[in-house]
Design a protein around this ligand. Structure first.
Ligand code: ZN
Length: 368
């Protein structure tokens, strides 16, 4: 390990209260690694405050531009990632991208990334031009292909409006869902599934999906099964708050769907709370991309606290160290990655401090 910082300058020194331990410590960032062993000549970039290994947005889309079209290219995806980074998000799981951008994986200006390939959906049952659309016969093969295009994840659409039925309906039959999950796991990828409805999520959880995205259709029995299997839930509360607008637009043509969406929205905070209490691992996802702006991970954390009633420490775990561990990015430990954000106040007693990062260091370089 060189004793230099990651931008070729001196190593960096930070002092403050480390979370979650709450210990006051000194740490040094040498290259792209963290050490608690003192480094001579280091540049002190913060000497008080509360230190997190950065926030995590575990569900957003760098490949979808504001308005919902695919991003124009890698430069636009990078600029969206930088918006997140400047809000203190230092690790991202891209939950489905219509454009490939693997070259950003090691970009020094971009948060740590894990990526799904494209959303995999049945024909005409998802947002136009965003997913790859296949019939059930081609599903396992497409999942295998998308596992190769992502980095560790695939994204499966589990349900969507069926215009013939006039309501949400499963995207696949139960055997096809199970086959898709099996194909992903055989390819070494974990499966994130988009699901709003009841029937589909019940089947997907029992078929062994790795993370439930949104999950508005969960019931108590599904939650118990998720806890038993250690299946993650990424509630995307900001997205669920848009269900009112979706329902209003759909009301004339699809009144049952509109009512269903409002019912799902209204019961959701209690579902998230019940999942937390049952021991389901919950992670923060803003669902930025398309209709939701980037840079809102801290707002999502506030919603988990205020609306779903998760305790502050659980919210911090969901949006910082716990989520990093889940995605495979070591935090504030000896030899961990050189990512951190310093806040003025203790986020355990005031989560709103997350809206005001005081110092951001990504990959051993000071961002601000
Ligand atoms: Zn999404």
């Amino acid at each position: 390990m060189s004793a230099r910082g990651n931008d070729g300058g001196p190593a960096l020194h930070v002092r403050g209260t480390l979370l979650p331990s709450g210990e006051r410590r000194d740490l040094w960032l040498v290259g792209d690694r963290l050490t608690f062993a003192p480094v001579a000549g280091a540049l002190t970039v913060a000497d008080e405050g509360y230190i997190l290994p950065g926030l995590v947005d575990a569900h957003c889309h760098l490949g979808i531009q504001p308005g919902g079209r695919p991003s124009d290219g890698i430069d636009q995806a990078r600029s969206l990632a930088v918006v997140d980074r400047d809000a203190g998000v230092l690790a991202i799981r891209d939950a489905g991208s219509p454009i490939p951008y693997a070259s950003l994986d090691d970009d020094p200006d971009v948060p740590r990334l894990v990526r799904a390939g494209r959303h995999v959906a049945p024909p005409k049952r998802y947002l136009r031009d965003i997913g790859v659309e296949v019939g059930e016969a081609d599903l396992p093969g497409e999942i295998t292909r998308q596992a190769g295009l992502g980095s560790g994840w695939v994204k499966l659409v589990g349900d969507w409006i069926d215009r013939g039925v006039g309501d949400l309906a499963p995207a696949w039959d139960v055997a096809a869902m199970a086959g898709a999950i099996e194909a992903a796991h055989a390819a070494g990828a974990r499966v994130a599934v988009h699901t709003f409805a009841e029937e589909s999520v019940a089947a997907l959880v029992r078929a062994g999906v790795d993370s439930v995205e949104h999950g508005t259709g969960l019931n108590e029995s599904d939650i118990d099964e998720m806890a038993r299997r250690n299946t993650a839930l990424v509630p995307t509360m900001i997205n669920i708050a848009t269900f009112g607008g979706i329902a209003a637009q759909a009301e004339d043509k699809f009144p049952a769907y509109a009512r269903h969406m409002l019912t799902l929205r209204d019961r959701f905070p209690s579902i998230v709370r019940a999942a937390h209490e049952a021991g389901v691992p919950i992670y923060v996802g803003s669902d930025a991309g398309g209709g939701i702006d980037h840079g809102l991970a801290a707002e999502e954390m506030l919603l988990l606290h205020r609306e779903a009633g998760l305790p502050a420490e659980a919210v911090l775990r969901a949006g910082s160290w716990g989520a990093r561990e889940w995605l495979g990015f070591p935090g504030l430990v000896e030899g961990g990655l050189a990512d951190l954000v310093v806040y003025s106040e203790d986020p355990r007693t005031d989560l709103t401090t997350l809206l005001r990062p005081r110092r951001i260091v990504l990959r051993g370089r000071v961002v601000r």
